[in-house]
Design a protein around this ligand. Structure first.
Ligand SMILES: [Zn+2]
Length: 63
């Protein structure tokens, strides 16, 4: 049983707010010198279309 919060850095998908393991996800993009990780191709594309929107408002969890 692994404890993801101990030692392993989990990042937040800036589009949907999901926790993403940077070592596992193939969806990532470089923006202004920082790497952002995503849970899906969909979120990656959304971010790349309008990165400033997601960086300024933060993740939105859509139900
Ligand atoms: Zn996502």
């Amino acid at each position: 049983m692994k404890e993801p919060w101990r030692g392993i850095s989990v990042v937040v998908d800036p589009v949907c707010g999901m926790n993403v393991d940077p070592k596992k996800t193939p969806y990532k993009t470089l923006y202004k010198g920082k790497i952002y990780y995503f849970c899906s191709q969909h979120c990656k594309r959304m971010f790349e279309e309008n990165p400033e929107l997601y960086l300024s408002r933060g993740p939105q969890i859509e139900m």
